[in-house]
Design a protein around this ligand. Structure first.
Ligand code: 5GP
Ligand code: ZN
Length: 112
C-alpha cells in the first residue's frame, strides 16, 4: 500500500521514534508546528477518524492510554494539545489515522 505512515512503521522511511509498542508508534513530526510536535499512529492502517468503527476502535483507546506516558517522557507536564485532522475539509494530508501531540510552550488561541 502506498501509505507514508505505513512505510514509516515498516522502516522503509526513517523516523525519529518517541514511543513504540506492538500496536502503536509515536515519532517526531518532520515539520514541527510547536517546540514539541509528535505524531501518534496505530500500526494497523486506518485511513482516518471517519473510518473508526467497532472493529478497530480499541487501538484508539490504546493510543489515548499511552498519551500521558508519552507526554511525560517529552516533558509536557504543563499540558499539551491533541489534534486530529480528518479528510479534506479537516486538513488531513496523510491518509493514515494520526494524532498530533503538540506542546512545549503555552499554545495560542483555541479553535474550539
Ligand atoms: P496531517 O496534515 O495529515 O494532519 O498531518 C500530517 C503530518 O505528517 C504533517 O504535520 C507533516 O509534517 C507530517 N509528515 C509528513 N511527511 C512526514 C515524514 O516523512 N516524516 C515525518 N516524521 N512526518 C511527516
Ligand atoms: Zn497506512
Amino acid at each position: 500500500m502506498d501509505c507514508l505512515f505505513c512505510k514509516i512503521i515498516n522502516g522503509d522511511i526513517p523516523s525519529n521514534k518517541v514511543y513504540e509498542d506492538e500496536k502503536i508508534l509515536a515519532f517526531y513530526d518532520i515539520a514541527p508546528q510547536t517546540p514539541t510536535h509528535v505524531i501518534i499512529i496505530p500500526k494497523q492502517h486506518i485511513t482516518c477518524a471517519d473510518e473508526v468503527d467497532e472493529t478497530n476502535c480499541l487501538v484508539v483507546g490504546h493510543i489515548f492510554s499511552k498519551i500521558p506516558l508519552i507526554a511525560k517522557e517529552l516533558g509536557l507536564e504543563d499540558g499539551y494539545r491533541i489534534i486530529n485532522n480528518c479528510k479534506e475539509d479537516g486538513g488531513q494530508t496523510v491518509m493514515h489515522l494520526h494524532f498530533h501531540l503538540l506542546g512545549g510552550k503555552k499554545l495560542g488561541e483555541k479553535i474550539v
